[in-house]
Design a protein around this ligand. Sequence first.
Ligand code: PHB
Length: 387
Amino acid sequence: MKWNPLVAGAALVLSTFAVHAQDALKIAVIAPFSGPFADYGRQIEGGMRAWLQQHGDVIAGRKVVLVSKDTTGPAPEVAKRLAQEAVVRDKVDFLAGFGLTPEALAVAPVATQAKKPMIVMNAASSIVTAKSPYIARVSMTLPQVSAPMGTWAAKNGIRRVFTLVADYAPGHDSEAAFKTTFTAGGGQVIEAVRTPLKNPEFSPFVQRIKDAKPDAVFVFLPAGEQGIAFMKSFQERGLAKAGIRVIATGDLTDDHVLPAMGDAAVGMITTFHYSAAHDSPENRAFLDAYRKATGDQGQPNFMAVGGWDGMAAIAEVVKRLGGQVDGDRAMTVLKGLKLASPRGAITIDPETRDVVQTVYVRRVEKVGGQYRNVEFDRFPDQRDPGR
Ligand code: PHB
């Protein structure tokens, strides 16, 4: 056919019109952005924004809009109401975020009813993904990161352990998974305590630990301020001096709060899926993009990585579906999805829709004046042992 500028012009106008006529791709980011867990929302959303800045925010012709919603949590009822509002009023294509397990659990029925893909970027109790066929998790599970610590501790001369966990589903999961592998390796859990999720006061628990004289205390506390408070009490009551070690999931030495713990954290061994000190081109690109997108000069933590990877997963779904997002087809893409994450390669298990990944053993060290979680051993291909 001969080149006809009129037809070509019309085609151009039409295709431009088609792109503009597409609605924005809306993603609800449901997480605490205020209150004691405000950092969860900031990290998750920061990771998503960093991904969009780095890769472009138009996917399959649709401009991505993040609709952030503050649960002020832990507040499951608020999270549920915000998810309903996101579906009915904002007409979002995806439900995303979820820093806290109780909030993810409360939203699961909304995802099922509305057939909306729900991308969990942190909430880490095993049960979460079982609560709706529309959930996929890109973060971790507490048993996945706690079981390797039980194995490692038993192999490394630790015999008697006192466990301390937050008293809600992730803490219960962590306590059980640690105990299973630690006792299988010949270790003994001499006492187990659970601390309130809201406003815990650690001093009396720390005194009990000191009196019990264990080799080590195994700790799971939700990332952030609680870890700082626990370590402060641990120092003040002289447990380190009494020869009691701290072993924990990496929530305790979360890269964003690690500088606030200072020297008290040095030498602490943790198991986890992400460290800001992970040496890979993907991680360097992530750290750089996060700083540029948020202006935060500190270290982003695992929740920011959850936001980044969750955004990558959403982008893959939208691309493969040619911009037409449908809940069931989205889940087909998510099942078995592989991503080159800043933490290393991850896969979404097609059966459970949960993440499969390497769990690293790390030691807190001061490197060039900075506190870092330095990886020195690994447990590859870990799935959630809780399911
Ligand atoms: C959770 O509520 O699932 C949760 C919160 C903070 C963490 C880990 C898990 O650090």
